[in-house]
Design a protein around this ligand. Structure first.
Ligand SMILES: C=C1C[C@]23C[C@@]1(O)CC[C@H]2[C@@]12CCC[C@@](C)(C(=O)O1)[C@H]2[C@@H]3C(=O)O
Ligand SMILES: O=C(O)CCC(=O)C(=O)O
Ligand SMILES: [Fe+2]
Length: 410
């Protein structure tokens, strides 16, 4: 049976969000809401995301109430609350030959071609020649490790409040699932100092923030460079997209940094680190520590392909906004994180999007008489709000049918 991409995505999602089939009964909290205003004392407002307007808050999202934390260390077997029944619906395969996520050397003369091909065929690729020093990645990992090693009561001091983007806790998508994930996260939006000072002892805080700021700076440059290559691969330049002018020097991209921790798990076959999802970004640059866990879904036949950790290599996910911008030429990739019996795994996702006021829509130059815009225009905050209501159906919800785009062009 032939499936459209959207049907495939929905089929591949093992646990449909509860909001698809249940009536909302619980009080809601937003998936993405207002970014807290930056205090004037913030060292540098490195990641900026203007607040959402009130209308875009997903007030009627069904939310499941999960406990705020779980003591992974003391557990000898996976409790029912964390046991995912459908983990093995698709086989997991180790990378080999054509079943390996492409590796692109950004310094290669073929980088444009290779990036374009990877974005179209995989929606994910690994990058070398990215210019981010290994030493900085090592320091980033040490800081993440130290942060998550803090006692729970300390971490909860920075717990994400209902309606906030930033803070410590379960991944925001957790509330769509009846089972809990084997992970904890710390989301940084705006100044790292604002959040880190709540949970990190003074002597560690400055060091943590410096490393995050240093990483943010280089990750932002890399994201700009990647976006440039992606546009070139579509036969476009920044000039073809009114808002993308500053992308060349990445000045106007905004981002959120998501730090993830996946403790070792006594029964890795029953637990899941991070449920299958696509990122809502333009692109996400992911650093993973030396333990494998990231898997991307490949079709025909459906299978989870592991993305092995390679020293110094970063992973790039095409996000939903690039899927929209490219009118579906690029695929946002469904991915998840599995857990490991022996090793504590860490990752850092640099989730990058356009300035918050910018409407992202399929690029005009990719359209023609027989191919209109397949998606309606959205800003990043609008899209995040949609994702908060519809989760993995958000992209399909803004899809335009042929009749709709023909109507719009008349
Ligand atoms: C800006 C955002 C994207 C994100 C939701 C968030 O508000 C902050 C965290 C991001 C993250 C990281 C883990 C996976 C994910 C699906 C989630 O639950 O939180 C992503 C969200 C996303 O890309 O949609
Ligand atoms: O930890 C990983 O490998 C995946 C993390 C991820 O998908 C995310 O933070 O969006
Ligand atoms: Fe992700």
């Amino acid at each position: 049976m032939e499936l459209t991409l959207d049907q495939f995505r929905c089929k591949a999602m093992k646990h449909p969000p509860a909001s698809f089939n249940t009536k909302p009964t619980l009080p809601t909290s937003s998936y993405l809401c207002e970014t807290p205003a930056l205090p004037s004392s913030s060292p540098s407002p490195l990641i900026t995301m203007p607040p959402l307007s009130d209308e875009s808050h997903p007030h009627h999202t069904l939310r499941l109430h999960h406990p705020r934390h779980f003591d992974f260390e003391s557990i000898r077997e996976v409790p029912d609350s964390h046991a995912w029944p459908d983990l093995h619906d698709h086989p997991s395969v180790e990378p080999s030959g054509p079943d390996s996520v492409p590796v692109v050397d950004l310094d290669s003369p073929d980088a444009v071609l290779l990036v374009g091909r990877a974005c179209q065929e995989w929606g994910v690729f690994q990058v070398t020649g990215h210019g981010i020093p290994t030493d900085l990645l090592d320091r980033l990992e040490s800081q993440i490790r130290r942060l998550f090693s803090l006692p729970t009561h300390q971490k909860l001091k920075a717990a994400r409040s209902p309606g906030d983007i930033a803070g410590y806790g379960l991944a925001p998508i957790s509330s769509f699932f009846p089972k809990l994930m084997w992970s904890e996260g710390f989301t940084i939006a705006g100044s790292p100092f604002e959040h880190a000072r709540k949970l990190l002892p003074k002597e560690y805080c400055a060091e943590f923030c410096n490393v995050i700021e240093e990483y943010n700076k280089v990750a932002k440059e890399l994201a700009g460079r990647l976006m440039h290559l992606m546009l070139l691969s579509l036969g476009l330049t920044e000039e073809d997209i009114s808002w993308a002018g500053p992308i060349r020097d990445s000045g106007d991209l905004s981002a959120v940094i998501q730090l993830n921790s996946y403790p070792a798990c006594p029964e890795p076959d029953r637990a899941l680190g991070l449920a299958a999802h696509t990122d809502s970004s333009l692109l996400t640059v992911l650093y993973q520590s030396g333990t494998s866990g990231l898997q991307v879904l490949r079709p025909d036949p459906a299978r989870w392909v592991t993305v092995p950790p390679l020293p110094g290599v970063l992973i790039v996910h095409v996000g939903d906004l690039s899927h929209i911008l490219s009118n579906g030429h690029f695929r946002s990739v469904l991915h998840r994180a599995i857990v490991n019996r022996r090793h504590h795994r860490l990752s850092a996702a640099y989730i990058c999007g356009p300035p918050a006021h910018v409407k992202v829509s399929p690029i005009d130059m990719l359209l023609g008489p027989s191919q209109g815009p397949a998606y309606r225009a959205v800003t990043w905050p609008e899209y995040l709000a949609l994702k908060g209501k519809l989760f993995n159906k958000a992209l399909a919800s803004i899809k335009l049918s042929r009749e709709q785009w023909e109507d719009r062009s008349n």
